[in-house]
Every structure is written in structure tokens, then in C-alpha cells.
Design a protein around this ligand. Sequence first.
Ligand SMILES: O=C(O)C1=C[C@@H](OP(=O)(O)O)[C@@H](O)[C@H](O)C1
Ligand SMILES: C=C(OP(=O)(O)O)C(=O)O
Length: 411
Amino acid sequence: MSTIRLFPRSNSFQENIPLPASKSESNRALIINALAGGELSAVSNLAEARDTQTMIRLLAENGSEANVLDAGTTMRFLTAYYAITGQQKLMNGTPRMCERPIGILVEALKELGAQIDYVNKEGYPPLQLKGFTYSGKNIIRIRGDVSSQFISAILMVAPLLPEGLTLQITGSLGSKPYIEMTLAQMNHFGISAETRWEKGEIYIPAQAYQATSFAVESDWSGASYWYSLVALSPDPSSSLELLGLKENSLQGDAAIKDIMLPLGVKSTFTGKGYLLTKVEPKNELAWDFTDCPDLAQTICVVAAIKKIPLTLTGLESLKVKETDRVLALQNELLKLNATLVEVEKNHKYQVNSTFEISQQTPVIDTYDDHRMAMAFAPVGVVQEIIINEPEVVNKSYPSFWKHIQLILKTE
Ligand SMILES: O=C(O)C1=C[C@@H](OP(=O)(O)O)[C@@H](O)[C@H](O)C1
Ligand SMILES: C=C(OP(=O)(O)O)C(=O)O
């Protein structure tokens, strides 16, 4: 098995980090640009993430099969794209992708006129897309509590429907900032939408995308691991400047600025990005991750090492991501003498910790999940740690280990 060993280089660091581009923005820009009939070169600063490279490859291919590997957005966005554009495709992915739900999206697309069969298990990939005959339906209801990616996927193709579409979101809505990101990027390509959030409704009139250029921002989700390094650094003078981040981001994970302040990291905009410096942390924290589920792993590890009692809500979607992230966190936090306990069924969790620096190197398993590897890696600033299967980071951040060598020793 491949491993990476990480250990402190020195107590204090001051570095500039060249962040990668956002895979969420990239994958939206690629679908929208394709629907607008734009050239690939119209989208600049595309992510190096494997999920984005897979999207680029599949949009350029004319084959009868599309293998999305483990990329959730690529699976969901391409399913809607291929369906509405009437393409016949067998959509497949990794074994884990075939355990991640897609029935809510497929049923919505079928209501609009898509012919889609489940190849194995109802509600899950692989899917056989067989064509599209418009049903004339212009209002559909869609659940918002499993994955916002289903809603983003439908929204991006909605302007192509002859009568446009009203989406009525039912149940609670998770990951809302990702839906706002979708609407903002559609707007950039000339699409207007009416949002009636109080009723859970989004109306997209029938209209044509206008081809234009789009520059992808740096990735706030990837930025979160650098926040951890500053939060965990034992030296109060440690700081990092994260290059390329914008002050007004489309990304909901920019919330990391607010979450990390009580954990001891202050963010200052410099014009080139954000400068992270250390401040006094609070002695406890409660946070709702409904809008930013991808930050939960980062924050659990920081709270565990700093022994700051943490209460978390909004973790419902974590069980259907790259792995069951709640279970993976529960297993691996134990190796740091910390626990993640469910204190209210499916709702509230707590991290409590008795972490002490140990001569025994913890060995962290990563469960085919890039965020498990990147969330635990910053522990290396406090004590030696081994991360198993470090190549998992390629999904979103292939240069992560190269960048971390600026701060930690690796072997
Ligand atoms: O639309 C997107 O780009 C994403 C939405 C979120 O998923 P859910 O909507 O399934 O929570 C997030 O976890 C994922 O990393 C990216
Ligand atoms: C959940 C994630 O990605 P996806 O759902 O697109 O596979 C992620 O990047 O953390």
C-alpha cells in the first residue's frame, strides 16, 4: 500500500501557497460552455482536479459509454446534459459511484421526457440513457435533502426546455450555496432566473445561453487545509498567504473564514488572496455544516488536535459522498484519541478529544476519499503522522503533497 509520512519541518512558517482552481466552478463552466456552443479555450484556469479532467474528456468524446470514475458532479451534471441533448450513453463509474444515489435526478429527467434505464439497481448508476422526447412538463418537484447536485444539474439544462422550468424544491435544502453558484454561472452566460427561496421555487424561462469567456476562481474547499495548518501550528508567528482567492466568492466554502476564526485563524484580504494569521481561539465551537458539508472533516480534525469541544449539525449528506464520511471520521479520529459521537439521531454530533503528542505514529486510512487525506495531513505540523493511499487527493487537488512540502517534511 502507498503511504506518505509527514512530520514537522520547523515550528514557525511563513509561506505563499498557490491554490488550485475550484472543481465545482470548473465543472459548471464546462457544461454551460458546451450548452452555449463555446470553445473549450473560453474557460480559463480550469481545475487540475481529476473530476474536471474527466469532465473535459467526456465532453470531447462521442462514444456510447461515459465512465465518470468517482466524480459526483461529473456524473450528475453529465446525466442531465446527455439526457436533454438526446444522447444515448451508458453512464458508469467506480463501485462507490454505483452506491451513490441518483434516482431523484433520473426521475425528474424522466418527467421531462428522458428515457433512462437503471442497469443494475434502481436509483443508482450505472444508467442507460436512451433519448429524449419532450413531455411538455414545465413544473417539477424535486427533493433538496439528498444532494444539491441534482438541482444544479437540472437548472443548467432548464433554459433549453421549450417552456422553461419551475423547480419546486421539497424537504429541507442542503448545500444551497452550490445552487446559487450554478445560477450565478448561468447568469454569467446570459441566463436569467427567478428565485423564490421562501417558497423553495426557482423559475428558469426558456432562453439561449450566450457564449462568453469565464475565469475559474481558486478553490476555497482546498484552502481549508491550509487554514488547518495555521490553526494547528505551535508557533504564534506562523502565517500563510493563500493566493488567488477572491473577496466575493461564488463558493459557499468561503465560510471557512468564519469557521476558523473561533479556532484561532484570522483571514485578511491582501488583493492577491488571503493572509492567514494566528489569533487566540475560543474554548468551544458549534457549527451547522448544511451549507458547507465538505468542510466538516477539516474542522473535526482541528477541533480534535486543539481539544476544542465541537458540536456539529448538518452532516446528513456526508454518508453518501466519496465514502460514509461520518463513519470514516469516527474510525480515524479514534487514532488521535478523539471521538465523533452522534448525540441526536441523524442530527447532532460532538467531537471530544484527549489528544496528546505521541511517540507512536498514527496511521490514517483514507477510504478512497481525498478529503480524509487532506483533512488529517495538517496533523503533521504537531506530530508525525502517516496517511495511507495519499494519491486519493488527485480527485480535487493533485498538487496537494507538493504544496505541503513547503511546510512539512514528507517521505
Ligand atoms: O455542486 C457541487 O459542486 C458540489 C455540491 C456538494 O454536494 P451535495 O450537493 O451532494 O452536498 C459538495 O459536497 C460537492 O463537493 C460539490
Ligand atoms: C463530495 C465531493 O465531490 P462529489 O460529490 O462531486 O464527488 C467532494 O469533493 O467532497
